[in-house]
Design a binder for this molecule. Structure first.
Ligand SMILES: [Zn+2]
Length: 414
């Protein structure tokens, strides 16, 4: 073999290798539609949160994804899982579409988001994605996440609730919470269907009893103090019923309240909650509030701290199990409290301003007389739903108060 042939052979083998590499590259690219991304990061309106933008443009499609970046890697991982899923779902859909058609009319995926400050270090992330594949396949879809930056937690709507199913029916959400999105803005909780065709909003305090404590506290801490009550200007009174529930008299009281479209608060005993869970659930479903009146009606001021905590916690758990809500306030039996009890309750005990003495008189006329005489705007009226005579007095009391222009609300709405 002379020098010339050696050089030619060498050159051709190098050429062949190069050609093979090239072919391989092209094949890989067409097989996997390798997407080339352009990414950038910019500042958001909030400290510690930035905005990431990822864009890809190909002959068949365009993708533009925009999502928030937090300080915590765990949060970012979950958000990126969501955006990645959007991208792969989109590319998968394209596989079923004729490539020539796509070259004529490229498909597109556009994911954007809104960031809403919802509480103390808590943000609602509201995603909107718009997919265009062809004239028939043009979808807009919404999703929400609630992000707690302080604790590095992220939740979907249903993760926030003690019992999503019970909350769905009691709060009249257009779809079950497990299928809904949610965000919190200006002291309102807004539920929406993922196609965004239906929306339901309510004051935070209405949804609050249904929320898990750790989220409720964090969200409540950031709410505007100057929340505007729904019935501004109207005089309000809170009727409260202690020591129940009782199958006969509580049921009668509920019927009267329903007849007048009035709301009330029931300070229940945990021991009785365990006995009549369906009644507890009915109270919540009919829009009333439940308060904690201890488990066994002992004088909390005379118990040691461990026992006090047990009385309160056991009752809260029983109410949660029965109705999917937790009591927002505590009324210690006999109104007996001290610094230790207050500290365990974690808030001011909810006492009363009008005592009907119903437990003593058992006299509807006398009970009505006291309410008529002492009721003022902002009054909290003490009654007991374990007495039939109290139930009998209620129709006249409610009729009178409403005629006087009072709105009957729960203690948390006062
Ligand atoms: Zn009591």
């Amino acid at each position: 073999m002379n020098k010339k042939t050696t050089v030619i052979a060498l050159l051709s083998s190098v050429f062949l290798m190069l050609a093979m590499v090239l072919v391989n590259l092209v094949v890989t690219a067409t097989q996997h539609h390798k997407t080339v991304w352009a990414t950038s990061t910019s500042k958001s309106a909030y400290e510690n949160i930035s905005i990431k933008t990822k864009e890809a443009s190909e002959k068949r499609y365009q993708i533009a994804l925009q999502y928030p970046i937090f300080k915590q890697a765990s949060l970012n991982k979950k958000i990126e899982q969501y955006t990645k899923k959007k991208e792969t779902d989109f590319l998968q859909k394209l596989e079923q579409v004729d490539a020539k058609k796509l070259k004529r009319q490229p498909a597109s995926l556009r994911l954007t988001f809104e960031l809403i400050l919802s509480g103390n270090g808590v943000y609602s992330v509201l995603f909107r994605d718009e997919t265009y594949i062809n004239a028939e396949k043009n979808d807009i879809y919404y999703e929400s996440f609630i992000v707690d930056m302080k604790k590095g937690r992220l939740a979907k709507a249903s993760d926030l609730f003690i019992d999503p199913q019970k909350a769905s029916t009691a709060l009249h959400i257009p779809v079950p919470i497990s299928e809904a999105g949610l965000y919190v803005k200006n002291s309102q909780v807004i539920f929406f269907t993922k196609d965004n065709k239906h929306e339901a909003s309510m004051p935070f305090r209405r949804a609050a009893p249904f929320l898990k404590k750790e989220w409720r506290d964090q969200l409540a801490a950031g709410l505007a103090a100057e929340e505007i009550p729904a019935g501004k200007g109207l005089k309000k009174i809170a009727l409260t019923f202690d020591d129940g529930p009782n199958p006969k008299s509580t049921a009668a009281i509920l019927a009267t309240l329903k007849k007048h479209d009035a709301k009330a608060t029931f300070f229940m005993l945990g021991s009785r909650v365990e006995q009549y869970p369906e009644l507890v659930d009915q109270v919540v479903q009919e829009g009333h509030e439940i308060g904690n009146h201890s488990f066994s009606h002992r004088n909390l001021a005379k118990l040691d701290p461990r026992e006090v905590k047990k009385e309160i916690d056991q009752t809260a758990l029983a109410v949660e199990a029965a109705a999917g809500v937790s009591p927002l306030t505590v009324r210690p039996p006999y109104g007996a409290t001290n610094a230790t009890v207050n500290e365990i309750i974690g808030a001011k005990p909810m006492l009363w301003t009008v005592d009907t003495m119903d437990w003593k008189s058992h006299n509807p006329k006398s009970i009505c007389g006291i309410v008529k005489k002492e009721a003022r705007d902002g009054s909290i009226v003490l009654m007991h739903d374990i007495h039939q005579t109290t139930a009998q007095s209620l129709d006249e009391i409610v009729t009178y108060l409403q005629k006087e222009g009072y709105e009957l609300v729960t203690v948390s709405e006062l």
